[in-house]
Design a protein around this ligand. Structure first.
Ligand code: NI
Length: 144
């Protein structure tokens, strides 16, 4: 049976600095340019969460959007909004690039859904930068 998807949009504001201790100050500057500025900078991030909808078919019972919102707010928005991403323990060893952030958001959310329901996570960082990840279908044993 055909199955549509639904995407919800969420926002958080956060600071970060692109920097890795594995590179020298000069190498960091060369790799990350102004994003390596020691004072950091902020973004108004937009997170797009796409899940398989249950709203088609004979019953037409819709996805529980309130539950989806609560999940994303509790596990992503509250965690990052008005925080310095570089201070997040998950970024102790990883640079706070959009790629790494969208992967982390996927990891935080996928364990909260039945297997296969989360389809894709998108992350808008700037007007021109968009990142997305659609993880492999796999059993997740971690707790939500
Ligand atoms: Ni940035």
């Amino acid at each position: 049976m055909a199955q549509a998807s639904v995407t919800r949009r969420y926002r958080f504001c956060a600071a970060h600095r692109l920097h890795t201790d594995h590179l020298s100050p000069e190498e960091n500057l060369a790799a990350f340019g102004k994003c390596n500025n020691p004072n950091g900078h902020g973004h108004n991030y937009v997170v797009l969460v796409t899940v398989k909808s249950t709203g088609s078919g004979t019953t037409g019972a819709g996805l529980d959007l309130d539950r989806l919102d609560r999940t994303v707010v509790d596990h992503v928005v509250k965690r990052f909004d008005h925080h310095d991403l570089n201070q997040d323990p998950e970024f102790a060893e990883r640079t706070t690039t959009g790629e790494n952030l969208v992967l982390l958001i996927w990891d935080l959310l996928v364990k909260c859904f039945p297997t296969g329901q989360l389809e894709k996570v998108g992350l808008i960082e700037t007007r021109d930068n968009y990142f997305e990840y659609a993880g492999a279908l796999e059993m997740v044993n971690d707790k939500c």
